[in-house]
Design a protein around this ligand. Structure first.
Ligand SMILES: C[S@@+](CC[C@H](N)C(=O)[O-])C[C@H]1O[C@@H](n2cnc3c(N)ncnc32)[C@H](O)[C@@H]1O
Length: 331
C-alpha cells in the first residue's frame, strides 16, 4: 500500500488492515467458484501481512495449502493467530519475497501453483507509532519492516548528502519540493540529528508547507520507507523469484500502490509475454470499485495485475529491468 494514503485511523484508514481487491485476487488466482473446489497443491502469499487474502483463499479452495511469508515478525504473529484454525494447511515463514527459492527449498515444498504479492506497508505497521512509519504520531525514525535490516530512516536522514536526499524524495516519493526539503534537513541536522518522526515531519512542514489535502511530509516519508526497505529492488527480485519457482501454468497476482511499481510489473509481464515466459491475464490493471473505495479508502490507489507462468519459460530467465522511477500517484 502507498503511504500517500492517510496514515492511521485519523486520516480515514480503518485501524485494522482490510485486504484490497480480495474477490478480484481470488478470481484471478483461483478461477471461478467451480474451479476452486478442484485446485490442489501449494500457493505462496509472499507478503502475508495480517493474512486477509490467505484466509479468503484457504476458505474458498479446500484443496489448497498456503505458505505465508512476511519480512515483519510482528505482523507474522498476528497472521498466525488469525489463520490458526486452518491447521497444517498454512505454513508461515519470516523472510522476504525475493528469498522465495531458498525458503521453498528449506521448507521442502514443491513448486507453487500460485503466488500473491500485495506490496508495501500494512495499516498495522502505519498505525503503530513505535515502528516509525507515521508522521501524524511521534515515534523513533525507524521504518524497517524487517528488524534484521541494519539501516533505519534516521541513518538516511542524518548521513546522506543533500543531492542524494533530494533525488530520493523526488524519485521515490514524487516530491516536487525535494530540493527545498533536502536543504532544510541538512541545515537542521548540523544542530541536532533527527531521531524522531515528529521532529522530521515538523521540519518538513515548516520548510515546505503545502495547501493540499496531504500532510507536507507524506511524500518524503514514503520515499524514506521505500529506501529503508529497498522496495524497488525487492519487487524486481520477487518477480524473478516467481518466474523461477512457480509451477508450469502457475499464476502470479501483484497488487501495487505506486505508479512506478505498477509500471515495473506491467513491463515485466509485457516482456515475458513477448518472450513466451508469461501470459498476461489483465490487459489493464484491475482497480477497486467505487463501493470498495468508499468502504476502504486505502484501496483507491491499488492496481492489480496477474499473469500465468508458461511451461516453455523454464530455463530462459531474463533479468528484469527497472522501468525508471516515477512519482507516485497522488490518488
Ligand atoms: C499490504 S500488506 C499485506 C496485506 C495482506 N495481503 C492482507 O490481506 O492482510 C503488506 C505486507 O507485506 C510485507 N512485505 C512487504 N514487502 C515484503 C517483501 N518484499 N517480502 C516479504 N514481506 C513483505 C509487509 O511487512 C506487510 O506486512
Amino acid at each position: 500500500m502507498t503511504s500517500l494514503e492517510g496514515q492511521g485511523a485519523s486520516a480515514g484508514v480503518p485501524p485494522v488492515h482490510v485486504s484490497v481487491l480480495s474477490q478480484e485476487v481470488l478470481a484471478l488466482l483461483c478461477g471461478e467458484p467451480g474451479e476452486r473446489e478442484r485446485l490442489a497443491g501449494w500457493f505462496v502469499d509472499a507478503t502475508l501481512g495480517a493474512g486477509g487474502h490467505t484466509q479468503l483463499i484457504l476458505s474458498a479452495c479446500p484443496g489448497l495449502r498456503v505458505l505465508g511469508i512476511d519480512q515483519d515478525p510482528q505482523i507474522l504473529e498476528i497472521a498466525r493467530d488469525r489463520l490458526a484454525s486452518f491447521g497444517d494447511r498454512v505454513r508461515l515463514c519470516h523472510g522476504r519475497a525475493s528469498q522465495l527459492a531458498t525458503i521453498l527449498d528449506a521448507q521442502a515444498l514443491p513448486a507453487p501453483q500460485g503466488m500473491l504479492l500485495d506490496l508495501g506497508v500494512s495499516s498495522l505497521q502505519l498505525d503503530r507509532p513505535e515502528r516509525g512509519f507515521a508522521f501524524h504520531a511521534d515515534g523513533p525514525l525507524d521504518m524497517r519492516m524487517d528488524p534484521t535490516r541494519t539501516r533505519t530512516a534516521a541513518d538516511i536522514v542524518n548521513h546522506w548528502d543533500e543531492a542524494d536526499l533530494a533525488d530520493l524524495f523526488f524519485h521515490e516519493g514524487g516530491e516536487t519540493r525535494a530540493r527545498r526539503i533536502a536543504h532544510a534537513i541538512v541545515e537542521a541536522r548540523r544542530r541536532q540529528p533527527f531521531l524522531r518522526t515528529g521532529a522530521l515531519a515538523e521540519l518538513i512542514a515548516r520548510a515546505a508547507p503545502s495547501g493540499g489535502k496531504h500532510h507536507p511530509a507524506t511524500r518524503a516519508f514514503q520515499a524514506l520507507r521505500r529506501a529503508v526497505n529497498e522496495e524497488g529492488e525487492e519487487l524486481i527480485a520477487a518477480l524473478e523469484a516467481a518466474e523461477q519457482c512457480l509451477a508450469d501454468d502457475g499464476r502470479l497476482a501483484v497488487i501495487s500502490f505506486h505508479s512506478g511499481e505498477d509500471g515495473v510489473v506491467k513491463r515485466y509481464f509485457a516482456r515475458g509475454n513477448r518472450a513466451g515466459r508469461w501470459r498476461t491475464l489483465t490487459k489493464k490493471p484491475v482497480v477497486a470499485s467505487r463501493a470498495e473505495v468508499r468502504a476502504n479508502r486505502r484501496s483507491r490507489s491499488a492496481s492489480l495485475r496477474a499473469a500465468v507462468r508458461l511451461k516453455l519459460a523454464r530455463g530462459s530467465e531474463v533479468a528484469a529491468q527497472p522501468g525508471g522511477a516515477q512519482p507516485e500517484d497522488d490518488a
